[in-house]
Design a binder for this molecule. Structure first.
Ligand SMILES: Cc1ncc(COP(=O)(O)O)c(C=O)c1O
Length: 344
């Protein structure tokens, strides 16, 4: 328990004072036969506005993840979860956030959009947090959010859970643990800690293990106080009816999701083995995600060559010298990649 935290003290003054938009459907609770309240068209299949609170999705997630529905926020991708955190907690031009690099690029982009300075701390010793270097920042009042991506993109490894707990215990701001890749990992999710730490936001997504990147649905799990703030600031209809339906279909078909994850993990092992036999491959980093960070002789050259062969991977040379990031694909896609690389 972090005794020093009072979430209200971290919130921007304009957000504290905000009178949120109240939609027609938010004001009416219950069932009715006639809806003439929202200026909708009476004809068609998708003529009604979506459920602003995504109740069915939250009910399902609540049962699966064992958290209360009022500790769940559904966003337009986890990118919305990230962006709203800036808008709730960070005063533009004044506050700062802290990230551990190399990491997911959107923390920086979102910070720039919101005019927030980013303090970057390099990960050390196989991409782990350097607590000694971090220590002075934990008491900085203007550092409002620490982003922890675990498993981390693009390195693939999970960050030490003891280090994450240390930060939760000792930092006076918000800690966002981005678990976009958690379903590919043997590590336990930090969701179990949302009752213990008022300042914890665990961000997950339907884009990776759930196979719904095109749908754009992300989830934040946090204390009720934080989720209430998210609900006040979000656009009222932030998740469309079609997107909610697609997620519900997946939530009702957990077996297929689990099966696909297993296939991806098997393919990850095979891909790693095949890559390790190639002369251009110098190192394959351990991964808890659905991708591999691979050091090659010359990342720019390999990347360019693969593009010419119409095989697209991610060049991460600017983040980790001579490294490429390869997503685990179908057996056919992985095979094409390996066969193409054999011809370099
Ligand atoms: C660490 C991490 N977080 C979040 C996202 C984005 O997730 P979403 O599609 O839910 O916006 C990504 C996408 O690559 C990611 O790597």
């Amino acid at each position: 328990m972090n005794q020093k935290i009072n979430i209200n003290n971290l919130v921007r003054a304009n957000i504290k004072a905000l009178k949120p938009y109240s939609s027609a459907r938010d004001e009416f609770k219950g069932t009715a036969d006639v809806f003439l309240d929202a200026n909708e068209n009476p004809f068609g299949d998708l003529n009604r506005y979506p459920d602003t609170q995504q109740k069915e999705i939250k009910d399902k997630l609540s049962a699966i993840k064992k958290v209360a529905t009022d500790q769940i926020f559904i966003g337009n991708g986890s990118d919305e979860v990230i962006d709203l955190a800036f808008r709730i907690f960070c005063e533009p031009g004044k506050d700062k956030v802290l990230t551990f690099t190399p990491t997911y690029g959107m923390y920086n982009v979102s910070a720039n959009i919101n005019n927030i300075e980013v303090i970057e701390q390099p990960l050390i010793n196989d991409f782990q947090i350097n607590l000694n270097q971090l220590q002075p920042y934990l008491d900085f009042e203007d550092v409002k959010i620490i982003f922890i991506c675990s498993p981390n993109n693009p390195t693939g490894n999970s960050l030490n859970p003891d280090d994450i707990e240390y930060i939760l215990e000792n930092f006076n701001g918000i800690v966002i643990v981005d678990e976009a890749y958690i379903d590919f990992s043997a590590q336990a999710s930090f969701i179990k800690n949302i009752d213990k730490y008022d300042n914890l936001i665990v961000s997950q997504t339907f884009s990776k293990a759930w196979g719904l990147a095109g749908v754009r649905v992300g989830v934040a799990y946090a204390s009720q106080a934080i989720i209430t703030l998210y609900n006040r600031v979000k656009p009222p209809y932030n998740v469309s009816t079609l997107n909610q339906e697609a997620v519900l279909k997946s939530l009702n078909n957990l077996e297929e999701v689990t099966q696909n994850i297993e296939t991806i993990l098997e393919e990850r092992t095979k891909l790693k083995e095949a890559l390790s036999k190639l002369a251009i491959v110098k190192k394959i980093y351990p991964t808890d995600a659905n991708f591999l960070l691979v050091e090659v002789e010359d990342a720019n050259k390999t990347y360019q060559y693969l593009i010419e062969q119409k095989v697209i991977i991610r060049n991460r040379n600017t983040q980790v010298k001579n490294c490429i990031r390869i997503t685990v694909g179908t057996p056919e896609e992985n095979n094409t990649l390996i066969e193409t690389l054999k011809l370099v």
